[in-house]
Ligand binder design. Sequence first.
Ligand code: SF4
Ligand code: FES
Length: 235
Amino acid sequence: MISITIDGRKVKAREGSSILKNLQDLKIEIPTLCFHADLIPFGACRLCTVEVKTNGKWQLSSSCNTNVAGGMEVRTDSAKVKESRKLAAELLYYKYPATKAVKDMAEKLGVEVSHEAAEGNDCILCGLCTRTCHEVVGVDALKFQDRGLGREIEEPKIEYISEACIGCGSCAYICPTGFVKMEDKGRKRTIWGREFKMAACDVCGRYFAPVDQLKWISKTTKVPMKKLKTCVSCR
Ligand code: SF4
Ligand code: FES
């Protein structure tokens, strides 16, 4: 364990842990949109900014992807921190004014928002879906579109690789804006515009998971398919 100072208070922190993790452990509320505790931090939204004293100088850093170091001093609530978070929220709101998660966050951080505009579900490029697909599911069906050399600079997009997808829906569950749409109707799941056949539970008959997902689990865990054909409630 190492010693760090947070808002003037000396605390112990685990070496190699992020500043954000330590702030959350201390129940200090920090705004985030692109962070999930089970995923490698990405540093996209900049909402989790704090001030860190480095070489005697206070500097702004995103707390989710900056690790603690012995003797580190952190400020979570200074005027500079508040201004920086508000600016990050303002930029997001400017780009995605109709997206509820963005609007709510912007308003919370002091940005004036309009409640009259229509509601939408934009992709804010937080990367939660790509990281979940890669790090947790392990199928890489989503990635940031490769814009390639020599192509005009344009906004990156999430690319869906249909043939790799197993229809598990993890991206839909984790997406903070509702951009990823998933619909389950009887024996059919539709996600990213692709249809998947659902497997029915051998015990209760409920459609509970895409067949492709069960095949993937069977292949990666070596558990035979017939043992995977029971839903969680009937196991
Ligand atoms: S689709 Fe959703 S989870 Fe994926 S990058 Fe866009 S906002 Fe984030
Ligand atoms: S939560 Fe840290 S940059 Fe988004």
